[in-house]
Write a new protein. Structure first.
Length: 293
């Protein structure tokens, strides 16, 4: 069950900063945490607890042993200790929080901790040279479009799979789109890239991953973001880097237009359940955010 409740401002512990939340990102991980399927990932706090793993806002207070962040700084980062970001105030893990650079909006910054850095990590792990081909399986969501935009910026030829509703946003960032609801994915992909893909980034997992994995020239060059069983197919699970340095890198890429998110819905905090329901449905195109302040 989801409901709103009052809570006092959290007190930042060692290595944490208290922030006034301006914008929170909404991610599939939020409803997975709500279901209790990955206990401990967000601090292991008991229910009831606030949902949300990423946010941008202003530092109100610092705990002990916080370096590089000051009260009044505009920041963005991860709520890895269980504070939750669908709230007016929360605590972020300081080593996993960075300043928002001049010229970057809080709305864009709030999308970078999860979708932005995941895209950077997946493509860095593949390490493909310009001109290589990459298949983004499940291209239409926030992470998928971030991967696609960044891949196009790196000079890769990008083919993406998704449902009909995802076509417009995918093609707008330079993706050759394959609609899995209207055509055979394997046949369409092999027609486009007969010799096999140099790399695959999988956002869908499950049966969809098992359909596209054989399209890679080398099974090791299949990177999955959502399915930890990918080693059974010879591929690898994405290696995540959530540190400040990677956040700063994602922010620079966003400023340069290489990692600009496709934000398709901005909800007020009062509409947070609907925002999460949209993402949970699996039909959300692009990135959904909650504007708190």
């Amino acid at each position: 069950m989801q409901e709103f409740f009052e809570r006092p401002d959290p007190v930042p512990a060692r290595g944490e900063v208290l922030i006034r939340v301006e914008v929170a990102g909404v991610n599939p991980l939020d409803h997975i945490l709500r279901a209790g399927l990955v206990d401990g990932l967000d601090g292991g706090r008991p229910f009831p607890r606030v949902l949300g793993m990423e946010a941008a806002g202003t530092v109100l207070a610092r705990g002990e042993d916080v370096d590089g962040l000051e009260v009044g700084d505009a920041v963005f980062g991860f709520a890895l200790t269980g504070g939750g970001t669908y709230a007016e105030t929360t605590v972020l893990s300081a080593p996993h929080t960075a300043r928002v650079p001049d010229g970057l909006s809080a709305t864009v910054a709030a999308t970078l901790p999860v979708a932005g850095t995941t895209a950077v990590d997946a493509l860095d792990q593949l390490g493909l040279p310009a001109g290589a081909t990459v298949l983004v399986n499940g291209v239409g969501g926030g992470v998928g479009l971030a991967v696609a935009r960044l891949a196009v910026g790196r000079g890769l030829r990008v083919i993406g799979t998704g449902s009909t509703a995802k076509r417009e946003h995918a093609e707008a960032v330079g993706v050759r789109f394959v609609d899995y609801t209207a055509e055979d994915v394997t046949a369409a992909a092999r027609e486009l890239v007969p010799d096999g893909f140099d790399g695959i980034v999988d956002l869908a997992g499950g049966a969809s991953l098992r359909t596209v994995a054989p399209l890679a020239r080398n099974p090791r060059d299949v990177i999955s973001v959502g399915d930890m069983s990918v080693p059974e197919l010879g591929g690898r699970f994405v290696e995540r880097r959530t540190d400040r340095r990677n956040l700063e890198r994602a922010a620079r890429l966003a400023l340069d237009g290489l990692l600009t998110p496709v934000i398709t819905a901005v909800h007020p905090l009062s509409d947070a359940p609907a925002a999460l329901a949209t993402v949970e449905s699996g039909h959300a195109s692009g990135k959904v955010v909650i504007k708190v302040a």
